[in-house]
Design a protein around this ligand. Structure first.
Ligand SMILES: [Fe+2]
Length: 422
């Protein structure tokens, strides 16, 4: 597996066990308050039930580590490969994604038991894993972290569609507003040749490489993401009803879907409320706007007389920043983008749309075998997002990280930062 940098999951078998236990424990913490039904229902084809996330991440470890690398290992239940394989053609046929919510069996308890048995076996086999496939362990852990974020965003989408407006966590997002936010400032950025992509220090997904040179023209980036207050102005200025601001596909989408604001927003008299994992709350004007599509981000940028950054502009600006800073996921609890008194960092809070299509970097080669399907086959029709969000497990993201979604999708914590030519 040469397409994933092999340095991570670094350390002794004992250190790998500790990393493994920490990641696996967070997934269970996230579902601790969920009922069997909460964990089983599916709100749309793009989203998956919490139970499915728990099982699929375990299937990944069981298949690509235990089955493939631990001599004599026997699958817990061979039927579960059909249920919990996501999209790996090389692993054979699978249950249709839009029907994951129909899996009332196995029960949540059986899935958790499956997880624990996979954990137990993998912990016992960690010496073998450390010796033979530490890079696959790193991939499995980073994969599970991706699913932790999806579990939260999928749960939010599910609860939003329940008229009882359930809250995963009772307390609010704890923003302590209202806040006064200064107008965004423009920060001139590096121009000329810059190095883009993962250079091999620590784990990176295959799509982050190879590292290569890229030429940047003179440009500036906003010193913070676009806020909800600025989004109010966009709405009040008829941004959603002004076709000249929109990409053609975006204008068709706005009209077909009758979009009048970000996902999870509703009017409350003259104010706006938004649905969160802690129920309905007033929209904090000072917090970064979230749950917007690429179409909305692009239209807003046009309205503001700016543009979206390219992924290379974003990455070059973030290379000297600490990716472990910012509003990110540390533990189970309220998850919501928040106002930050100090701007400057580019990580956490909201994934920032770029105007760059998700395509292979020069020289990209997918790995051989099933794990080669991890990223490469999705490199069409999607755009790159950078920086991680409030639902991204801290430690997961970095400057070269390339998230990707289709231009209409907005159930992730997606926002934007403006860019302009200078
Ligand atoms: Fe997955």
């Amino acid at each position: 597996m040469d397409s994933v940098t092999s340095e991570t999951a670094t350390g002794s078998a004992e250190e790998l066990r500790a990393q493994f236990l920490a990641v696996r424990a967070l997934s269970l913490d996230l579902v601790r308050g969920l009922s069997e039904a909460d964990a089983t229902a599916q709100s749309m084809p793009d989203a998956s039930p919490a139970k499915w996330h728990l099982a699929h991440t375990s299937w990944f470890f069981e298949t690509f580590l235990l089955r493939d690398h631990v001599p004599g290992y026997r699958l817990q239940d061979p039927r579960w490969a059909y249920l919990f394989n996501s999209y790996y053609e090389a692993e054979g046929p699978r249950h249709p994604r839009p029907q994951r919510g129909l899996l009332t069996r196995p029960s949540l308890a059986e899935v958790i038991d499956y997880r624990l048995r996979v954990d137990e076996t993998l912990l016992e086999a960690m010496d073998i894993v450390a010796e033979r496939c530490p890079q696959l362990l790193a991939l499995g852990l980073n994969h599970e972290q991706q699913h932790q974020e999806l579990l939260l965003t999928d749960l939010k989408h599910l609860f939003f569609h329940n008229p009882l407006s359930p809250a995963a966590w009772a307390e609010g997002p704890g923003n302590g507003g209202p806040h006064y936010v200064q107008a965004a400032g423009w920060l001139p950025q590096a121009e000329g040749l810059v190095s883009i992509g993962a250079a091999g220090n620590g784990f990176a997904f295959d799509c982050e490489g190879p590292a290569h040179l890229h030429f940047l023209r003179p440009h500036a980036l906003a010193d913070r993401p676009v806020t909800n207050a600025e989004w109010f102005d966009f709405i009040d200025d008829n941004g959603y009803a002004t076709p000249s601001l929109w990409l053609s596909d975006g204008w068709a989408w706005v009209n077909a879907q009758s979009v009048e604001g970000p996902l999870y927003w509703r009017r409350d008299g003259r104010d706006w409320e938004q649905f969160t994992l802690s129920g309905w709350h007033h929209v904090d004007p000072a917090a970064p706007v979230a749950h917007i599509s690429l179409y909305e981000a692009d239209a807003f940028a046009a309205w503001a007389g700016a543009r979206l950054p390219t992924e290379q502009e974003w990455e070059a600006a973030a290379q000297q920043m600490n990716p472990a800073e910012g509003v990110q996921l540390d533990a189970a609890g309220p998850v919501q983008p928040r106002f930050l008194a100090e701007s400057g960092g580019m990580f956490g809070n909201v994934w920032e749309w770029t105007g760059s299509p998700y395509r292979p970097y020069p020289g990209f080669r997918a790995a051989a075998g099933a794990v080669g399907e991890y990223n490469g086959k999705f490199m069409n029709g999607q755009f790159v997002l950078k920086g991680g969000s409030c639902a991204t497990p801290r430690g997961h993201v970095r400057a070269s990280y390339r998230n990707f979604f289709e231009p209409h999708q907005r159930w992730q914590f997606t926002g934007l930062r403006l860019a302009k030519d200078v």
